[in-house]
Design a protein around this ligand. Structure first.
Ligand SMILES: Cc1cc2nc3c(=O)[nH]c(=O)nc-3n(C[C@H](O)[C@H](O)[C@H](O)COP(=O)(O)OP(=O)(O)OC[C@H]3O[C@@H](n4cnc5c(N)ncnc54)[C@H](O)[C@@H]3O)c2cc1C
Length: 372
């Protein structure tokens, strides 16, 4: 009798936040799912700072992305509650708000423009004087010139989040595999060792590495953008900010247990993840200018990860060939965009399209043929 080879309904390439959330969601819908991660391709998801900040991340010219970020932000509390129930771990989720601060009058003029942009878009953001900002967060530099308060931003511990998603996926019946996928096509993925795995559909959520997989790279222009973070820790009882604090070139995320993350560099260095003295110097200098007390904190270390970026900084979520779906290119906001991406991928697998992601397909990058 021949050996029975299991062929799942869905193979997911990628076990970062996006892959694991899609796997969890699809398994909950009753599908037989295999999720493949690659130990030699570390997930950006575990490195992220964990700000869930649609409003303070809003950039001029990225209004469509802002809408997507806002929808995902609204899904977060429900998503976290479900994940808490499924994984039973503390995800460090806090509705803490963000304070964007100006360290001098030049910064304050920039904040004025940002606030005008936020108001034009109808976003909830309140302009504060430097004094009012320091009343909210006494650890801010005495010379703080002004601020914008965004109450609705939140934060999560991304490493706990990804672990919980993987755990919830496995508990829902997902089979986890380790392997390096080199090619994807209709109903199959091919591994580096020559093994071919068949399945009904394939979902590619390989983050920055998506552009290295044959069959996908040609259609989805994703590149890695390196980011470095400095990790600090406060002694018990130390006075710390209670909100996410952002300057124009740095942000500081304080977790409830006293861990502090200072981020992040933005570097076009290909797949390099070397941690550099220069990035540490720049980040600490910028953070010190807005929060001088950080020099008292314990230095824990530096991490580096690769943001999956596309030419317009927005994700690619859609079917790119029959039975081949991609969910990648989440760049600066992949942790924030996890709930909406998982929902959209579940709809696509089911043959439906989620209106919210309709304009985020790969077709927007298709080059038109030139006649003659
Ligand atoms: C420094 C930094 C700070 C950030 N801060 C924030 C933040 O505050 N808030 C926020 O929302 N986002 C933040 N981000 C962005 C966020 O981390 C990413 O957008 C998100 O993690 C992308 O998730 P992903 O699952 O698509 O990719 P990844 O997490 O990179 O996962 C990719 C997965 O694919 C697997 N894989 C890759 N290639 C293959 C292959 N060939 N075969 C098999 N498996 C493969 C990998 O092993 C991995 O499991 C930050 C990113 C960085 C680098």
């Amino acid at each position: 009798m021949g050996r029975l080879v299991r062929s799942p309904d869905i193979t997911i390439v990628g076990a970062g936040a996006i892959g694991a959330a899609c796997a969890w969601q699809l398994a909950q819908a009753g599908l037989d799912v295999t999720m493949i991660g690659d130990a030699s391709a570390p997930a950006a998801s575990s490195v992220a700072a964990g700000m869930l900040a649609p409003v303070t991340e809003a950039e001029f010219g990225e209004e469509a992305l802002l809408k997507l970020n806002l929808v995902s932000s609204e899904l977060y509390p429900g998503f976290i509650e479900e994940l808490n129930d499924a994984a039973g771990v503390d995800l460090g989720y806090r509705r803490c708000g963000t304070l964007m601060v100006a360290r001098d009058s030049d910064d304050n003029r920039v904040l004025e423009q940002i606030h005008a942009f936020q108001r034009r878009l109808g976003l909830a953001a309140q302009r504060l004087s430097g004094r009012a900002a320091r009343e909210l967060e006494p650890v801010l530099a005495p010379r703080t010139r002004g601020a914008i308060l965004v109450e609705d931003d939140h934060q999560i511990d991304p490493s706990a989040f990804v672990d919980a998603l993987r755990r919830a996926a496995v508990a829902a019946g997902v089979e986890e595999r380790v392997g390096h996928v080199v090619e994807v096509g209709r109903g199959f993925v091919r591994l580096e060792d020559g093994t071919t795995l068949s399945s009904g559909k394939v979902v590619v959520a390989a983050g920055s590495y998506t552009g290295t997989i044959r069959g996908i790279a040609e259609m989805v222009p994703v590149r890695p953008v390196k980011g470095q973070l400095v990790h600090l820790r406060a002694r018990r009882g130390a006075l710390l900010p209670t909100r996410n604090i952002r300057g124009l070139d740095v942000y500081v995320v304080t977790r409830a247990d006293g861990r502090v993350v200072v981020g992040a560099s933005v570097e076009e260095q290909g797949f390099d993840v070397t941690r550099t003295a220069g990035a540490v110097h720049d980040l600490l200098r910028e953070a010190y200018a807005i929060l001088p007390g950080i020099t008292e904190l314990e230095f824990v270390g530096v991490t580096a990860g690769l943001r999956p970026a596309t030419p317009d900084n927005a994700p690619v979520i859609g079917e790119i060939a029959p039975d081949v779906i991609v969910a990648t290119g989440h760049y600066r906001n992949g942790i924030l965009l996890t709930p909406i991406t998982a929902r959209a991928v579940a709809a696509l697998v089911d043959g439906r399209s989620d209106e919210v992601v309709a304009s985020f397909g790969a077709q927007r990058f298709a080059t038109e043929g030139v006649a003659g």
